[in-house]
Design a protein around this ligand. Structure first.
Ligand code: NAP
Length: 299
């Protein structure tokens, strides 16, 4: 029986664990791996205190900080959550049930897929959702990135440093990404294919991407060795959606202390209806939730 279970080990979860451990709580972090989607970011320049650091390095430091504070880690898949009672229960894939007085939901989000049937078979065979993880397999190759947000531009800029050619396909003319990234894109050599969506993936391993121009309707193909999909994220609320109040985008509704509608259940980072999805804000959420949980009730 723990004081606090932190479900998820991205920057938010690791920060929450650090605060809870420093408050003297018996805390366990449960996650399939350490780092979350943040560990895919190749170059983080907007985390205060670091001029430039990779997501992997940053989350490894956070993990070490937790280990120094004797935070417990369980690397496993959570298959069931029972959150309404005074004792919160989380069932793991191996049947173990972990219990605590309080749960902080920090399961983050999963990369959105294109929704094409070929995606499943091509995963790892020319198709990836993480340029930082898989980019080095495509040195001096022709690669495509799809998307127009910070992840897509960060990925395209990273790949431009190692691939032979990088083509960025985006469904409209304007980018959601920060201006500093769109400015960098101009001098990066990345070729832009705008107003276009991917309609088919061909070859196994992947060697052609079929695209449709959404303005003209024209369909064409681009030869490629790899496609990196970066078209947004979907909150991982599957395990809690029957108990926890969500907004219209399936994000968990919280108050300023990160409290959900269930007593002693908090939500932090990309899984909640945050106005800004950043590593900085996920860490701040974690600190606020843990501090509140640690002070509000005796464990
Ligand atoms: P995002 O900001 O939601 O951008 C998703 C992009 O994919 C948008 O350009 C969107 O196009 C496009 N898109 C969405 N669905 C699509 C579909 N079905 N087909 C084709 N294109 C589609 O997602 P993200 O870039 O993954 O970023 C996620 C969050 O993490 C954001 O809040 C972001 O700011 C944050 N983040 C921050 C940093 C950083 O600060 N360094 C780095 C990475 C991520 P439209 O624009 O047309 O909708």
């Amino acid at each position: 029986m723990y004081d606090i279970i932190i479900a998820g080990a991205g920057p938010g979860g690791l920060s929450a664990a650090m605060y809870a451990a420093r408050a003297g709580k018996n805390v366990v972090v449960i996650a399939e791996s350490i780092g979350g989607t943040a560990s895919c970011a190749h170059n983080i320049e907007n985390f205060s205190g670091h001029i430039s650091i990779s997501g992997l390095e940053l989350t490894q430091i956070m993990h070490k900080q937790c280990e120094r504070l004797k935070v417990n880690f369980i690397i496993s898949t959570m298959v069931k959550m029972e959150l309404k009672g005074n004792i919160k229960l989380i069932t793991l894939i191996d049947g173990r049930i972990i219990s605590a007085h309080c749960v902080i939901l920090a399961m983050g989000a999963t990369c959105r897929t294109l929704g094409l049937k070929e995606e499943v078979v091509l995963m790892g065979h020319g198709l990836s959702y993480c340029a930082m993880c898989d980019g080095s397999f495509y040195k001096n190759c022709n690669v495509i990135v799809n998307g127009g947000g910070n992840t897509a531009l960060d990925s395209a800029l990273f790949l431009a440093s190692l691939a032979k050619t990088v083509t960025l396909i985006h469904r409209n003319q304007s980018f959601r990404a920060a201006k500093i990234l769109t400015d960098r894109l101009k001098d990066s050599g990345v070729k832009l294919v705008l107003d276009s969506v991917i309609t088919n993936l061909k070859g196994a391993p992947l060697n052609f991407v079929e695209i449709k121009n959404v303005v003209s309707g024209v369909i064409s193909e681009i030869q490629t060795d790899a496609l990196f999909v970066a078209i947004g994220i979907i909150p991982n609320t599957g395990l809690v959606k029957s108990e926890i109040l969500l907004d219209e985008n399936s994000k968990i509704l919280t108050d300023a202390f990160m409290r959900t509608n269930i007593e002693n259940v908090y939500a932090i980072g990309d899984i909640r209806n945050t106005p800004l999805r950043q590593i900085m804000t996920a860490c701040a959420d974690g600190a606020i939730a843990s501090e509140h949980a640690s002070k509000q009730f005796k464990m």
